[in-house]
Design a protein around this ligand. Sequence first.
Ligand code: AMP
Ligand code: FES
Ligand code: ZN
Ligand code: ZN
Length: 312
Amino acid sequence: MKCKKCGAKASVNMRQHKLALCKEHYLEWVPEQAERFIKKYDMFTHGDRILVAVSGGKDSLSLWDILVRLGYQVDGLYLGLGIDGGFGYSAESHRLAEQFATQHGLTLHVVDVEKEYGQPVPVLSEMSHRGQGKPCAVCGLAKRHEMNRVARDLGYDVLATGHNLDDEAAVLFGNTLHWSGDYLVRQGPVLPETPGLARKVKPLCRFYEREMTAYALLRGIEYIYEECPFAEGSTSIYYKEVLNRLENDRPGSKLTFYLRFLEARAEGLFAEQGGRAQELHACPNCGQPTTAPGLCSFCRMIEKVRGELRAS
Ligand code: AMP
Ligand code: FES
Ligand code: ZN
Ligand code: ZN
């Protein structure tokens, strides 16, 4: 395979785009594409202050790298979840996020869930009896709450996450299997800002996971290879496997699935299902907008854990 741009030996072959590129041209192509998507979906401009949530994995570290290379004002946020899994998952991902920030002279904000709320995520999960023995539900709740909180408290306009096409297609697949109109209507590259919540964007949503792996490796970004130890056996991994089988037989089908969905959504296909306006009010404890009556789900979870502690 030869690079389409210069004829040198190709490093990355993307069957789904019928495109092969050498290292140098691949490392140019990725930020060019990212810039195209940022503009196409009106994600942000050079005047915006962006906070990128970095997990220490390939996607979010590559995203940070790409946004810096494109000249955006972007700081990082690492959330310490306190997950060990026998190999220090959180400690190692924290180390790698710090290392990237130091190497590039960037600002990384760090929030440790245990320091803020007294217990690491797996203990919060156990004590609040949510999520059938797996901490993923509480983890998701904590990540969302803390990202929103830090973005608001530190005055960022935009919160960016490293979700890639494989992530988005898997979520879409699940939402479609269940015909979850409320979720479908909100799933997209941009979630607009509301009072008290920064805009949320996913600049990598059109990149295949393997494109991001190739980018991180060719850029020499050191990232954590291991998945979260609790991810094993999850529905989202199963959906990814199913979609990969489809993609393998029909290159490009994952991208088509996602892009056709975005087109249908833009034409209002799911507007009716999602049209029931949800009543939002500010959580009396943290001030974040919520549909739940009284406290938001995160504050309710923390309350419950504190109650358990008082009782024991
Ligand atoms: P996940 O929910 O693990 O698939 O991760 C999706 C995105 O959430 C990542 O690409 C990051 O942008 C962000 N994220 C996940 N874990 C963390 C973390 N511990 N700290 C900061 N951001 C995170
Ligand atoms: Fe949160 Fe796995 S449980 S990253
Ligand atoms: Zn080339
Ligand atoms: Zn709250």
